[in-house]
Write a protein that binds this ligand. Sequence first.
Ligand SMILES: [Zn+2]
Length: 116
Amino acid sequence: MLFVLPFLIACGGGVSADAVTNSPTNSAGAKPPAAAPTPANSPEDIAKLAEGLKIADAADGAEDKVVHKCLGCALGMSGKAEHSLDVDGTTLHMCSVGCKTAVSKDVKARLIELAG
Ligand SMILES: [Zn+2]
């Protein structure tokens, strides 16, 4: 516990914020991500994710592990192979770079949503 001592002294010594930030003993800056947008990997979510993938896969008329409809457009547009994402062994084709970027941020949440 010796390393705590200089830190306490630094805090009590009225040093500037910059000095605290630059201190190698200061680990307070490493905060855990509080509000992560990723869904929890509960068994229920994993089941819904698989269900969502199946629904998306079947939406184009063929269950071939390739979703040919754009998930970014709620499966309303045809996707392209050049804008594809892979989710748990299923390839998702998006219609555009914009849709791919948007979907890639929360692809699992969108699939879980699809499963209802
Ligand atoms: Zn789209």
